[in-house]
Design a protein around this ligand. Sequence first.
Ligand code: SOE
Length: 398
Amino acid sequence: MAQRGREPERLRVAMVGHGFMGAAHSQAWRTVARFFPLGLEPEMSVIVGRDPDRTEAAREHLGWERASTDWRAVVADPEIDVVDVCSPGASHVEVAIAALRAGKHVLCEKPLANSVADAEAMTAAAASAAEHGVRSMVGFSYRRVPAIAFARRLVQDGRIGTVRQVRALYLQDWLADEDGPMTWRLDKEQAGSGSLGDIGAHAIDLVEHITGATLTSVSGTLETFVRERPLLAEGVGLSGTASTERGTVTVDDAAWFLGRLAGGAADGAVGSFEATRYATGRKNGLTIELSGTSGAIRFDLESMNELQVYDASAAAGEQGFTRVLVTEPEHPYMAAWWPTGHLIGYEHTFTHEVADLVTAIAEGTEPRPSFAEGLHVQRVLDAVERSAADGSSWTAIP
Ligand code: SOE
């Protein structure tokens, strides 16, 4: 638990959006200062949404001080220090840039934007704001899974040698029911892309983060299996009432691509990536396997407190993947939580994310992933889309 001495200065947070991600971020803001020693004390000042009744209900439920339907007024409010953007992708560019220009630190959900052009504008705004000490960060929360942070440490320390092959799968099945309703996530205007950007972006970011390598070219295929789905009579998301009208799905249901990597611990490696919402029986299965010249690691989000580690230098008769339970105080983030062997879960990744952001703000350092890193992921997504449109030719990432 955080050691508490003199009362730290307040850091007043405004959060835009109150869906699934808004709830996850609220939980993080609520708990972070109770477990992590921070130089600043976050305050859950304002929650922002479009509908006044729903926003007020979210305020009460999630524990924010006040509710607003006017994001422009909130980001201009001198009482606000941080803007946390949890709304659908289409809104990221306008809200984040306005907030940065108003001198607010920004945490923006992934993927950074719906297009490369928007991500470039956001990255330029973040760079200008950084000159005045304003911090910005993209919400690739899985970087903060302790087993992932530990995997990065092992790989960067050369423990598995040079990575030759990467296998990254992000498998969900919430579209496997072909009568499941439309949501904003299936609308290109709002979400930018489908499985590719929503969950494939995590796989891209994690592979690059763990290995320190960069994807330089990709060859991909996208598929939309079901092109029309029932509209919800009211509301968005999966909780409204179904209507008989149908809406058009304008994003990919599933994405596959091969990628070439350069630099870091995976120089010259080739990776295969798959992101789908049609993997029947897979609820939130993110697996990453790295095969190196002297070992291998395997991570599975459905067993997120574990890392499988293979040491090829072990005696022939003793070789095999070792299951490391990543709950020791020596492991990243774990000293803040429970005694050895007591597990943590999905929500903790968001707590770690805001802990790292608040620490960077307090210490005047640049938090990561930066908007520039978010822009790079956006360029990979765009290259996969262009490659798929061209019939899977290899496409360079600018
Ligand atoms: C979508 O299904 C989703 O909620 C992503 O948007 C999140 O980033 C991921 O954590 C879980 O899946």
